[in-house]
Design a protein around this ligand. Structure first.
Ligand code: PTJ
Length: 267
């Protein structure tokens, strides 16, 4: 389907179209479409924009990825469908390895996701011949690579299920999640939870990696001052402010999500 650029929800419709196409190509599972709908509902609440606390978490995540000895980006079906090119760009900038790790794992699907990433410019993508298991996980998500997620010190896990995020934290890894649901086990368990939409988050990570890479002192400072619980608390405050604004606007006669500007306290 061709989506007119003038459509007020153009970005959202493009994301849906990409997911449906990737589902038809066997990259995304039907469960991935359901997961996306859940994410979209949260994004409505956030006004379909990156909040100030999310930006803070993204900058901290960029600093941790740059300081890592063995950074790895985990990719599943939804991530490949929505942001292959951006993920490959981010991996090259850091530099980090990419590993395909699927919840609904089949060899055929792993191969398809690897191919999608290679089409976007990736080389040496891990995932096809795992040689380790993440302890404490029953599902096929445990399958991993010693040169990849298993041996990593910092792992970026976009659109994760909570089990693996928790298991990776138990392995003493710095776990950076991207999940629009601030209540999910992933957001609750990650070392650096980024509560933002995936495509926006990856673009922001690229921007912050680019900005911080030449400045080691600032990178160190950003890591030192990042406060996980304070940041997640600020996400809740942002939501509270958004809902309050929505409530007031209803009494005044309606509002559009994207027109909402952020309060000066969180800008
Ligand atoms: O490709 P596979 O087999 O690895 O399966 C991928 C899915 C996404 C199906 C799998 O990881 C899964 O079941 O995930 P969950 O447990 O449904 O969690 C997905 C989380 O991502 C939910 O909390 C959603 O709110 C969130 N989410 C969905 N789309 C986005 C998102 N967060 C940020 N950006 C999105 N575009």
């Amino acid at each position: 389907m061709k989506i007119p650029r003038s459509h007020p929800r153009y970005d959202s419709l493009v994301r849906r179209e990409r997911l449906v196409r990737a589902w038809k190509a066997g990259i995304v599972v039907p469960e991935g479409l359901i997961a996306h709908g859940r994410g979209e509902a949260w994004d409505y609440l956030f006004g379909e924009m990156t909040s100030a606390p999310a930006l803070v978490a993204e900058r901290a995540a960029a600093a941790y990825l740059l300081a890592a000895a063995r950074p790895v980006i985990s990719v599943n079906g939804n991530v490949a469908a929505l942001a292959s090119r951006e993920v490959v760009r981010l991996a090259k900038m850091i530099p980090a390895r990419i590993e395909v790790n699927l919840f609904h794992r089949s060899e055929v699907r792993v191969r398809r996701v690897v191919r999608e990433l290679e089409r976007a410019g990736a080389r040496n993508v891990l995932g096809l011949r795992p040689n380790a298991r993440i302890p404490g996980i029953e599902s096929k998500r445990a399958l991993s690579h010693r040169d990849g997620i298993f041996g990593a010190d910092v792992v970026l896990v976009p659109l994760e299920d909570g089990d693996r995020a928790e298991a990776l934290v138990r392995m003493k890894k710095t776990v950076i999640s991207v999940d629009l649901n601030p209540l999910s086990r992933t957001s609750q368990g990650a070392t650096i939870p980024i509560v933002d939409e995936l495509t926006r988050a990856v673009l922001n990570l690229c921007k912050f990696v680019d900005e911080l890479k030449p400045d080691e002192t600032e990178t160190l400072r950003v890591r030192r001052v990042y406060n996980r619980n304070g940041n997640l608390g600020a996400v809740y405050s942002f939501l509270e402010w958004r809902l309050g604004r929505l409530r007031r606007s209803v009494t005044r006669g309606g509002m559009r999500s994207k027109s909402a500007s952020q309060p000066s306290s969180v800008r």
